[in-house]
Design a protein around this ligand. Structure first.
Ligand code: SF4
Ligand code: SF4
Length: 297
């Protein structure tokens, strides 16, 4: 097993003990409990791709508008891998909290909110492509649910909170992040273009869809028309394809066939750009030299 520290999704106060689905925890949360909504008034919610799909659908927004209106960006690691969190008020309250009524998007709340006070830990296992899912317990003074007289296994708590479908659609994304981390500094910082693609394929799926349906993309990749028809209307198919595309971009795991000659064409286009840049630089230097000697000749 890797000794890498598991930390997805992110939580701030995680007890170090690693728990399994069988572990029983004392916990209950319900409207009317003395601390109702205290957690949402100090929200620190990192979003995963499927969370954004559910929330933008719920709010009737495009992913681009949802991100602008409801999220703040942050860097998930020293390489600048982009992450997004739910926006809060200056006091830290989630913008989706509807006063004393509670969460205004409860049925579509994000993964972190569903799991709380459990933290999901995805661990990379050496030699395996799949990740091991483990858990930890978050104890914060404001949360009185730990004092309730109910014991529930983490497995049953996951079912009660509807975590399964979120994990199913986010799992490959967690794997991507762990793979990038376990590769460490050996792979170096991905180019900014790759980080931009990571942002689009992970969070801004409506823009990613336009990119995949563009003439340039079609001219580069050899994919059937049925693929494009699916991508046009099916968010989950697009999400899944995004994970596949990211593996190709970040780890050179080539699974998307290219059109014949696409590579040569790209190299030629890049060569033209380099030639133009070189010519512009030479002209700039020539002009600087001319100006330097103008008064002396
Ligand atoms: S999304 Fe809902 S449950 Fe999550 S922090 Fe905001 S108000 Fe609370
Ligand atoms: S019991 Fe915990 S999770 Fe439930 S409302 Fe109170 S603080 Fe939030």
């Amino acid at each position: 097993m890797s000794d890498e520290k598991p930390e997805i999704p992110f939580q701030s106060v995680v007890l170090p003990e690693v728990l399994s689905e069988e572990t029983e925890i004392p916990f209950r949360c319900y409207p009317g409990i003395s601390c109702f909504n205290a957690c949402c008034r100090m929200a620190d919610v990192t979003l995963a791709p499927y969370d954004i799909l559910r929330l933008k659908e719920r709010l009737g927004l495009s992913t681009t508008d949802f991100l602008a209106k409801h999220t703040v960006p942050f860097q998930m690691d020293a390489d600048g891998t982009p992450g997004v969190k739910l926006k809060t008020t200056d006091e830290g309250a989630c913008l989706l909290l509807d006063g004393d009524k509670g969460c205004s998007v409860y049925e579509d709340r994000p993964t972190v909110c569903r799991y709380y006070p459990v933290a999901l830990l995805n661990r990379h296992v050496a030699g395996e492509t799949d990740t091991l899912q483990e858990y930890s317990l978050v104890r914060e003074d404001h949360c009185k649910g730990h004092l309730e007289d109910r014991h529930i296994s983490i497995g049953d708590y996951r079912v009660e909170q509807g975590c399964d479908i979120h994990d199913e659609h986010n799992r490959e994304w967690y794997q991507l992040i762990l793979k990038k981390r376990s590769a460490g500094p050996t792979v170096g910082r991905p180019p900014q273009t790759s980080l931009n693609v990571f942002f689009l394929a992970s969070y801004d799926l409506d823009t990613f869809r336009r990119f995949v349906l563009s003439d340039k993309f079609r001219a580069t990749y050899d994919l059937p028309e049925t693929f494009y028809a699916d991508i046009e209307t099916d968010d989950l198919a697009l999400l899944k394809f995004g994970y596949r595309f990211l593996r190709q971009v970040l780890f050179a795991e080539f699974s998307i066939p290219e059109q014949a000659g696409a590579w040569d064409k790209r190299v030629n286009q890049r060569q033209e750009v380099w030639d133009l840049r070189r010519q512009a630089e030479m002209a700039r230097r020539q002009q600087a030299e001319d100006e330097r000697y103008q008064g002396e000749l």
